[in-house]
Design a protein around this ligand. Structure first.
Ligand code: AMP
Length: 443
């Protein structure tokens, strides 16, 4: 199946091609015909499935079709998203997929000046907003929602988690009753189920399976004191034969400063985070794909655009908040049956999250220590040097990585013809007992 079977406007099809989308993803195959037919849609899908285009393309198509006979000046499509980063990503998708169509999109979120947002919102057909700021602007008469023909609630479960549902309900009270509704959520807690029942009329329900971690990925956890994470990361990069490495941090600031530190120390590193201009972002993505950069430090939301077959390792510099996030992050490696490795740095404070991830994934993550690394503890250098946080004791003690093969085998699995590793040439490979110089954490 390809996009031409959806009978989209030729400009939209050209934009889809320019994005490099060859065939629709499963959520697009399922949701787009219903959304194009004007039906309400309940989409059970997480980020990374292509759900943004699944609603953006049909809504752009409706806007193009309506343009000729409706000169309404106020926004006609409203997308509510829980975070500024997601709102910006969706806004960018509407711009990219709507190029050459004359359809304008505006993003509205808190934390920045409101005047430019008000101006943009008044000229846009598509308004992508976080609930709090939007409600504020609506209440003060700055934004008029009376022309809305379609509402998208994206990541509805996160909206609930973040306490936005009351604001969402207040915003919905401002919308015309007759409209199309599309609700996307990765999970269906009772509150979201109730809301879906209330607002969706005879919805088409589409669902794509939550992605379990690929069989081709092995997982390891590296306990480390909080203050030594950056040093441990460098030790891992030095000892681990790798091609491209994607490193996740929790915040934009950490992504930027960690990339700077690595770069300053001779690694081919860059960062990808929400503060980059579109040009810088593209430069970073292109550079990562072509091998100019071997290490990309990114936040979760910024990393959504990364699709690089060369990623041999994903490092969770900061532990992800949820198992879904873990799965999503590590899904960037081990693609297309290539093996990949997920490495998670954990401080004692992260113990609960790691346990939760292990429970949900029904897998135990092997604790590893890096030989020769000074853990900032007088006992380092000793085989049992790193005192494992008590809460991390558990089933994951087998010594071998959670799934398959010891990490020492990874070197043999490097793609042919690619340098085994990036970084300064002064660095040597393993000096330890295994290729990696790493071994399971001792009891
Ligand atoms: P989303 O789930 O909307 O966050 O999309 C995840 C990533 O998939 C984004 O980087 C999109 O650009 C990309 N994407 C969306 N649709 C397609 C497609 N049909 N083919 C390839 N990539 C896609």
């Amino acid at each position: 199946m390809d996009f031409s079977s959806f009978s989209l406007d030729r400009r939209i099809l050209a934009n889809v091609r320019d994005c490099g989308y060859v065939s629709p993803t499963p959520i697009q195959v399922q949701a787009m015909p219903a959304a194009l037919a004007g039906r309400d849609v309940l989409g059970l899908a997480q980020t990374g499935t292509g759900k943004t285009a699944a609603f953006a393309l049909p809504l752009l198509q409706h806007l193009i079709a309506a343009e000729a006979n409706d000169g309404h000046g106020a926004p006609r499509v409203l997308v509510l998203a829980p975070t500024r980063e997601l709102a910006l990503q969706i806004h960018e998708s509407f711009i990219t997929l709507g190029r050459q169509t004359g359809i304008r999109s505006a993003a509205v979120f808190g934390g920045v000046g409101e005047s430019p947002q008000i101006r943009a919102a008044r000229q846009a057909s598509v308004l992508v907003a976080c609930p709090g700021r939007l409600l504020d602007l609506v209440n003060r008469g700055h934004v008029d929602l009376s022309g809305i023909k379609a509402l998208v609630l994206d990541e509805a479960d996160h909206m609930f988690d973040m306490g936005f549902l009351p604001d969402v309900r207040r915003i919905m009270a401002e919308l015309p009753h007759k409209r199309q509704n599309l609700l996307f959520s990765a999970t269906m807690p009772p509150e979201i189920r109730k809301m879906a029942d209330q607002i969706l009329k005879d919805p088409v329900v589409v669902q794509v399976a939550n992605t379990a971690p690929a069989e081709t990925i092995s997982h390891c956890v590296y306990p480390v004191p909080g203050g030594r994470k950056a040093d441990l990361l460098e030790a891992l990069l030095t000892k681990t034969p790798h091609d491209c490495v994607l490193v996740f941090t929790r915040t934009k600031h950490r992504a930027k400063s960690l990339a700077r530190r690595l770069e300053g120390r001779g690694w081919l590193a860059t960062s990808l985070q929400g503060n980059l201009s579109q040009n810088r972002r593209q430069e970073a993505l292109d550079g990562f794909r072509t091998g100019k950069y071997r290490i990309m430090v990114a936040t979760d939301i910024a990393a959504r655009g990364i699709d690089c077959a060369r990623i041999t390792h994903v490092v969770n510099f900061d532990v992800p908040d949820t198992a879904e996030c873990y799965t999503h992050r590590i899904g960037r490696t081990g693609r297309a049956d290539k093996s990949g490795q997920a490495m998670t740095l954990v401080t004692p404070e992260d113990a609960d999250q790691i346990r939760m991830i292990e429970r949900i994934l029904r897998t135990s993550l092997s604790r590893m220590i890096v030989e020769g690394f000074a853990y900032g503890d007088e006992r380092s250098g000793n085989d049992t040097a790193f005192e494992e946080p008590r809460a991390l004791r558990g089933p994951a003690r087998s010594g071998a990585p959670a799934r398959q093969g010891r990490p020492g085998n990874r070197g043999k699995q490097e793609p042919q013809g690619l340098p085994a590793r990036s970084g300064p040439s002064r660095r040597t490979s393993s000096g330890g007992r295994s290729v990696f110089g790493m071994r399971p954490a001792a009891n």
